[in-house]
Design a protein around this ligand. Structure first.
Ligand code: ATP
Ligand code: SF4
Ligand code: MG
Length: 327
């Protein structure tokens, strides 16, 4: 297994108390696989990713429990220098906002080239050639000319491609893309997603795709992990989950996106709001919003039940949910 996150806990000490942002997350990604991580704003998707990348702000954040195994080694036990080396060559991250992630006063060619100068000891000239090659890889037209342009001279979609190129530069084994297309319009979103999917195949890398939009990941992900209040509440191969969710929260997310073949059906919105992370409800944290909730849900926290060999659901009543109850 390329990346295996186990029982990860992260908390933030804030003026309002301790925010329990990540509460026992576990997920795994293999080489050549795409895992989509889905959930509403504040569910802990980015914090988990930051912990994996080793870029969590500590303080205020603190990893209180868990293991992050990268090729079998627990990253949480590595010392600074070793950790940095893995971050440079082993894994890379793509962020939502390319404009703020790129340096505005450096040409994209210099920024891409610098990766090769710093990490591979390439000459300036070689670095420039590699930069052009990378830009071609992410399908930027007229790369040889555009390599001298600055980030603001590119469209949003093209900038996102440049950030993908930066992430790919050292051919990492794992890429974490945190809402990589949220800032783009729908057609460009699809193009960038397709590009990521192609590159993942080409490089056989593991890809974690963080999103709150189930529609975007259907075609590119192998598996989905759904997060709620800092936990994985459902995990499944993407098509199984689409066909029949095994958790009421997933069902709510599915019912709230327009889907082909469901035209005219009224879109559903999950009632209520995600919990305050300093006061997560006892029992099942989703119970105040759940149409299937009953007494046991208010007192007993559901473990991640095994639904099948490949699926898990943290719902006491996952069978009912699979059967389509609770609409
Ligand atoms: N630097 C921080 N200081 C204090 N609390 C934080 C900090 N970063 C994150 N948190 C807490 O962790 C929670 C989860 O944040 P996270 O960024 O992982 O959410 P997310 O699932 O990525 O949401 P979004 O879809 O909006 O990006 C936040 O709601 C917040 O309470
Ligand atoms: S455990 Fe209960 S409250 Fe939680 S999702 Fe299942 S039915 Fe709903
Ligand atoms: Mg986020």
């Amino acid at each position: 297994m390329l990346l295996d996150v186990r029982d990860l806990h992260v908390e933030f000490h804030t003026r309002d108390g301790v925010a329990h942002a990540v509460n026992g997350v576990g997920y795994a990604v293999d080489a050549g696989q795409t895992l989509a991580v889905l959930g509403e704003s504040g569910s802990g998707k980015s914090v988990t990713a930051q912990a994996v990348m080793g870029i969590l702000d500590t303080p205020p954040g603190r990893i209180t429990r868990g293991r992050i195994l990268f090729r079998g080694r627990d990253l949480l036990t590595l010392k600074g220098e070793e950790r940095r080396r893995i971050r440079g060559a082993g894994m890379a991250m793509i962020f939502q906002d390319a404009l703020s992630a790129l340096n505005p006063v450096m040409t994209v060619g210099d920024q891409l080239g610098e990766m090769f100068v710093v990490h591979r000891g390439a000459s300036r000239r070689d670095a420039r050639a590699r930069a052009v090659e990378l830009m071609e890889r992410v399908r930027i037209p007229a790369a040889a000319q555009r390599v001298r342009d600055y980030p603001h001279q590119f469209s949003g979609g093209m900038r996102q491609r440049i950030m993908i190129a930066m992430a790919l530069a050292l051919e990492p084994a794992l890429i974490i893309a945190d809402e990589p297309t949220t800032a783009l319009d729908v057609t460009v979103q699809a193009q960038v997603m397709d590009l990521l999917a192609d590159l993942r195949r080409e490089y056989r890398m593991g890809l974690i795709l963080i999103t709150h939009d189930l529609g975007v990941v259907a075609d590119v992900a192998d598996r989905i992990a759904v997060m709620y209040a800092g936990r994985i509440v459902e995990t499944a191969p993407v098509h199984d989950l689409y066909k029949a969710p095994a958790h009421p929260y997933t069902r709510g997310l599915l019912d709230s996106i327009p889907r082909l073949g469901h035209k005219g059906r009224q879109l559903y919105a999950i009632k209520g709001l995600p919990p305050n992370l300093t006061h997560i409800p006892p029992g099942c944290s989703f119970h105040p919003r759940c149409p299937l909730a009953r007494d046991v849900c208010r007192t007993e926290e559901p473990p991640l039940y095994e639904v099948s060999g490949e699926r898990g659901s943290a719902c006491h009543f996952w069978r009912e949910c699979l059967d389509g109850l609770g609409h």
